[in-house]
Design a protein around this ligand. Structure first.
Ligand code: AMP
Length: 361
C-alpha cells in the first residue's frame, strides 16, 4: 500500500522504517522537507490549512495517518473523502484540547486530575481557587514537552501565569502527588482487536522525556488491569484504528490519566528493540488492515532520549546491549536527535548510558 503520513519528523521516519519491510511505500506531507525522512519517501510541502493540497495528497495514497496530533480536524475530515484516515479524526478533536480531553476521559469513568477551564484572568483566579494550591496551569491547546504551562501556588502566581501564557484559553489542574509517571501504549486493529503493551515507566527532565523503561518495574497485576481497561475504553469509544498513547500518573495504587496522544509515542520507542512487534509496526499493521503483532517484551528495555547534542557515540556503541537510533537532525538545544535503547541491560550499562546522555544534554 502507499501510506501517506502527515508530518515528517522522527515518528514518520520510524513508521516508514517499520512499514517498508512489510511491503509498503511512504509519502509525507509537511510544511518543510525534513532530514528525518530523507530517502524514505517523497515529501509534499504545503500548509496544514491548504485543504486542496491535502486532499490532492490523500488522493495519491491508499491510507493516510499522522505523526502529530495538531493536524486540523477539518483537514483530516476533508482527506477522509479521498482515502481512509487513521486514527479517526475524532481522536484528534478529543486530544487537541485539554478540557475536551479530560471531559471525554471522565465520561468513560477514567480518573483525571480535577480541573477547571478559564478564558479570562478573573476566571483563572476562580479556577485555581476551586482546584486548590498547588496546581498546574496549562494552555488548553498546543502545549507539548512541558511548554505552555506553569506551576501555581498562589493567586499572585496565577496572575503571573495569565500574563506569561499570553491570554490563551487555559486549564487549571489540581497537582497530582504521583509516585511515578507511567504510560500505556495501546493499539486497535480495523477488526476491533485491541492490545496493550506492558506499562512504560517514564522520567522527564526539564519537561522532556529523558528515560523510559518497558515493562515498568514493580507493576502489580491490578495496575496492569487498570491500564488495559483505560486504554480499551478509549479505543472502543473512538472506534480507533492504530496506536494510541495515554500518559498516566500512579498515585496510591491507582492510575490517573494525564493526557493522550492519538499516535505512536516517544515512551513507546523501547518497543523497537525490546518487544516482539514495535509500536511502529503495529500502527502500520492496524492502518493497513493486518492482524496485530505480539506486544510481548522479549526483554526489559530502557530507552534514553538524545536531546540537544550528541553523546560520545563510540562509547555508547561499546555498550554491549545498546541500540542507537539517530534521526538525522542537526543538533539544537532541546531538540530530540535520537534515542538509545538498552535491551536486558545490567545496572552498570544503564548508569554508563545515562551519564553519557546527561553529559551531552
Ligand atoms: P503534560 O504536558 O500535561 O504532559 O505535562 C508535562 C509534565 O508536567 C508531566 O509529565 C508531569 O511531570 C507534570 N504534570 C502535568 N500535569 C500535572 C498534574 N496535574 N499534577 C502533577 N504533575 C503534572
Amino acid at each position: 500500500m502507499k501510506i501517506g503520513v502527515l508530518g515528517s519528523g522522527q515518528l514518520g521516519r520510524m513508521l516508514a522504517l517499520a512499514g517498508t519491510p512489510l511491503g509498503h511505500t511512504f509519502s509525507f506531507y509537511d510544511t518543510a522537507a525534513s532530514a528525518c525522512t530523507t530517502g524514505l519517501g517523497e515529501t509534499s510541502v504545503g500548509s496544514f490549512s491548504d485543504l486542496k493540497a491535502l486532499t490532492a495528497f490523500a488522493s495519491r495514497c491508499d491510507v493516510v495517518t499522522y505523526e502529530f496530533e495538531n493536524v486540523p480536524c477539518a483537514a483530516a475530515e476533508a482527506m477522509a473523502s479521498k482515502a481512509p484516515v487513521y486514527p479517526p479524526p475524532r481522536a484528534l478533536e478529543v486530544s487537541q484540547d485539554r478540557v475536551v480531553e479530560k471531559e471525554f476521559l471522565q465520561s468513560l469513568g477514567i480518573d483525571t486530575p480535577a480541573f477547571r477551564a478559564a478564558s479570562s484572568e478573573a476566571e483563572l483566579l476562580e479556577a485555581v481557587t476551586a482546584v486548590g494550591f498547588p496546581c498546574i496551569v496549562k494552555t488548553r491547546r498546543l502545549g507539548y514537552d512541558g511548554k505552555g504551562q506553569a506551576r501555581v501556588a498562589s493567586l499572585d502566581e496565577a496572575r503571573q501565569a495569565w500574563t506569561e501564557l499570553a491570554g490563551a484559553p487555559l486549564i487549571a489542574e489540581a497537582f497530582v502527588p504521583f509516585t511515578r509517571e507511567l504510560s500505556v501504549i495501546a493499539v486497535r486493529s480495523q477488526s476491533g482487536q485491541t492490545k496493550t503493551y506492558p506499562l512504560a515507566f517514564n522520567i522527564h527532565r526539564a519537561g522532556i522525556l529523558h528515560r523510559s523503561e518497558i515493562p515498568a518495574p514493580g507493576v502489580t497485576p491490578e495496575l496492569s488491569r487498570q491500564a488495559h481497561e483505560i486504554a480499551s475504553r478509549v479505543l472502543t469509544e473512538l472506534q480507533y484504528v492504530g496506536v494510541l498513547a495515554i500518559e498516566l500518573f500512579e498515585v496510591g495504587g491507582k492510575l490517573v490519566a494525564n493526557e493522550m496522544a492519538p499516535r505512536v509515542h516517544n515512551s513507546g520507542h523501547a518497543t523497537i528493540d525490546g518487544s516482539v512487534t514495535s509500536q511502529f509496526e503495529n500502527h502500520i499493521r492496524a492502518i493497513t488492515g493486518m492482524e496485530l503483532g505480539s506486544v510481548v517484551s522479549r526483554a526489559p528495555a530502557v530507552m534514553y532520549n538524545i536531546i540537544g547534542s550528541l553523546p560520545d557515540l563510540e562509547r555508547a556503541a561499546a555498550i554491549q546491549n545498546a541500540k542507537i537510533h539517530l534521526y538525522g537532525k542537526e543538533p539544537r538545544p532541546g531538540r530530540k536527535l535520537g534515542h538509545v535503547t538498552l535491551v536486558g541491560p545490567s545496572l552498570e550499562e544503564d548508569q554508563v548510558l545515562e551519564s553519557l546522555v546527561r553529559g551531552a544534554a
